[in-house]
Design a protein around this ligand. Structure first.
Ligand SMILES: CC(=O)N[C@H](C=O)[C@@H](O)[C@H](O)[C@H](O)COP(=O)(O)O
Length: 234
């Protein structure tokens, strides 16, 4: 497991995800996305659902941070725990070949096992690396205490009580690096190589980037929004 962490150190993980309502939805497409990230120099991948992880494993040997998003209600992400919410969700991505299991470790109300119980069960029964997706320092400290191997800023901005900012949460990153003696993954709203470098300067062990690389509709929107503002300024 140390070997995997060393492989990811100072490296870029590319998140290859598309929901059913996105044009790129589908395991075959995500596998092509993952292969492209591999060719481009990623040292790891983040992927969702067993079927996507299986498809990606066929085309690359890069370590995979697996998640299993389970949407049970038709409501938005802020309210719901959807990233690998249960042991069963974790087990199915582990069986699909995920090298690291990422899961929601926020303090939001959840059903079934608590974050502490869930991390313990995954570590104990699957013996796999766990990445804690958190939204503030307290959640990070708790997840580290409960046995998570990597703490990730993934959910900052996606709980009601974390800062609702458009940029990466560098402050949380700094706090985690300062207070937790475990690898910290910088993730969430990184859009440029400069922003990425800043995360490493602040002590990130690794960084995960999704939208800026693998969501063409968001990339296009960034350009079209800039154009719109420019036209409005004339
Ligand atoms: C909040 C949430 O559900 N985040 C998800 C977690 O897997 C993904 O939708 C993000 O794309 C990923 O975290 C990477 O972040 P960004 O796409 O901002 O680079």
């Amino acid at each position: 497991m140390k070997k995997i962490l060393n492989k990811l150190r100072n490296g870029l993980i590319v998140s290859c995800q598309a929901f059913e309502n996105e044009p790129l939805y589908g395991s075959e497409i995500m596998a092509k996305m993952a292969k492209s990230a591999d060719i481009g120099g990623a040292v790891g991948l983040r992927a969702c659902w067993p079927q996507d992880i299986r498809a990606i494993k066929k085309v690359t040997n890069l370590p995979i941070v697996g998640i299993n998003k389970v949407v049970t209600k038709d409501t938005d992400l802020i309210e719901d725990i959807i990233i690998t919410p249960t042991f069963e969700a974790a087990k199915s991505i582990y069986e699909a070949g995920a090298d690291i299991i990422a899961l929601d470790c926020t303090n939001r109300k959840r059903e079934g096992l608590s974050v502490k119980e869930l991390i313990y069960k995954i570590k104990n029964e699957l013996n796999v690396l766990v990445m804690a997706d958190i939204s503030n320092l307290e959640e990070g400290i708790n997840a580290a205490k409960y046995g998570a191997d990597i703490i990730s800023t993934t959910l900052s901005g996606y709980t009601k009580y974390s800062p609702q900012i458009k940029k990466p949460d560098y402050r949380l990153l700094e706090e985690l690096v300062d207070k937790i003696d475990k690898p910290i993954n910088a993730e969430g709203r990184y859009w440029s190589p400069e922003e990425m470098i800043k995360a490493f300067e602040k002590g990130a062990w690794m960084i995960t980037i999704g939208g800026a690389i693998t969501r063409p509709h968001l990339i296009t929107k960034r350009f079209s929004d800039a154009l719109k503002s420019y036209k409005e300024s004339l």
